[in-house]
Ligand binder design. Sequence first.
Ligand code: B12
Ligand code: SF4
Length: 542
Amino acid sequence: MREPLPFILLVQPPIRDFYLTAKRTVPYGLACIAAALRKAGFAAGIFDALANGKSRVVPIPEEMRYLLPHFGRHDLSPFSLFHHYRHYGCDFEAIGRAARASNAFLVGVSSLFTAYGEEALAAARAIKRFHPEAAVVLGGHHPTALPEAVMRCEAVDFVIRGEGEASLPLLAAALRFGKSLDGIPGLVPRGKAKIADSVLPAVMTDIDAYPPAAHDLIDLSYYRRGKKGSIVVTTSRGCPLKCSYCSVGGAFGNKYRRRSIGSVLEEIRSAASFQEVGFIDFEDENLSLDKSWFLDLLSGIRKLFGNAPPELRAMNGLYPPSLDAETIRAMREAGFKTLNLSLISTSRKCLERFGRADVREPLDHALDAAEALGMDAVTYLIAGAPFQEPEDALSDLLHLAYRNTLAGVSIFYPSPGSADFALCKTHALLPEPFSLYRSSAAPISHATSREESITLLRLGRVLNFMKALVRQEIPFSEATPFGGINPGAANDRQKAGRMLLGFFLSDGRLRGITREGEIYEHPVSRDLCLKFLDRLKIDRIR
Ligand code: B12
Ligand code: SF4
């Protein structure tokens, strides 16, 4: 009988926050690493702590208590933001037990987000407690950016900076066969934590030489959308753009590399061989930068699926200048129904700081082309960045009010490794601890205060609600002086929204409504709300 292959377990940890973008947490990076481990002669599995839809309310951490006035009360209106702070996914002990049961000699924990770095470390501690024989290695954006901080946790034996495929198989082989750890790219072993920042991150030089992600190890039943399977694919690594708020473009020597069309199609074909794929999300913002490459990819996908194409999306947001009418038509024909687009800002000053182009004109062309083809659109903008005035983001929101797109307001968060992270550090703007590096904590209070950031997020909700009413041809409620509640409003989200909108249009105060029908005021910047109402041309909303 043949010996079983040595086993490595890869873990996506739970997270704690006010919300989770469920179904988008596909552990794609781990599936890529698992494929590389298999190619190197190991067996690999993924324990995805998030793939169970479970969540429980946990106490809001001390450092986030300043958010209580904003999120402390339940609100069932369409303008609600967040309420309970939750633990999403299984308990840490369950991860420890799974590691024990797997008998893995090496366990890799993914730590993509600095804000949830503590959850990744708690997972590492549980693994060490239940399965002390296994070596524990952490990888992902957070340990790549801040390796020394991660190595301070005694349960972490190694950090790998950079792309796991290029390094974890080498670490696994060294540990398994007692070889030297020298020369393993991106590897920070315990004794070298102090010089971690000088260890260059691992990079896949020839990305086509790596096998397609092991989609078979992803919990397909959890991530399916409707009755069909849903997959994530990335067609490139790094990014040719260098937005100041992002740690992907060029940070850590992470040069832009695009995969060949053959390798992307091969990955989709292999994922479709064991499930009916009904949805593909391309997580690259630069998917459409090279027009002819993109058109070839779309035509390859059409050939692959014939008359039953899956829905295609690029949910991270595409760059409008890369989308002309011909490209959008080809996208529609290949299965795109919605365009996710990045506007970021309309202010020249902000765009210069962000290192982004003014995309208003190409955005309009893209939205027109999408509308002509019956496609929906969501357009993203940033609020609350350092040196960004609240009026800047307000103008961006109003810019989108009259366009056929929903507005996606993203509150700025510092991403270690990005230029803005360095800027925040220089100006002593970084909050402590790391758990605050998330949008829901409105982390930066600078040119835009926290309250103003949260106000802008709520105004985005108000605007999208009005857009939904326009779309359904439901007349707006008149501006109504604040008074008693409509019967039934507390049980009907849309009715509640229309009532509260009427009050807002009358006095510029943003209110919420509890299940019991109690109406209360949200703490927001009244100045911003009044400016919004003053400048908004209601009859032009689309
Ligand atoms: C998809 C995505 C998401 C998904 C979730 C993905 C998941 N698995 O859970 C969603 C949309 C939910 C999401 C949400 C957020 N995201 Co996000 N997201 C991404 C995105 C666009 C792509 C990730 C990806 O799939 N990449 C492709 C795969 C192949 O790469 P990878 O996952 O990074 O894995 C590689 C390496 O990191 C490494 N690696 C990863 N794990 C491990 C483990 C081991 C052991 C080893 C050795 C190596 C290793 O090797 C992998 C293979 O090369 C990245 C940006 C980017 N381009 O990477 C941002 C990014 C990861 N997100 C980020 C952030 C901050 C967030 C938010 C917290 C922002 C917010 N709103 O506050 C939210 C959380 C919202 C919530 N509560 O739901 C930041 C993280 C930066 C940081 N240091 O914190 C990124 C880098 C964007 C950025 N530049 O700012 N995100
Ligand atoms: S925000 Fe998007 S386009 Fe800008 S550098 Fe990051 S990945 Fe590239």
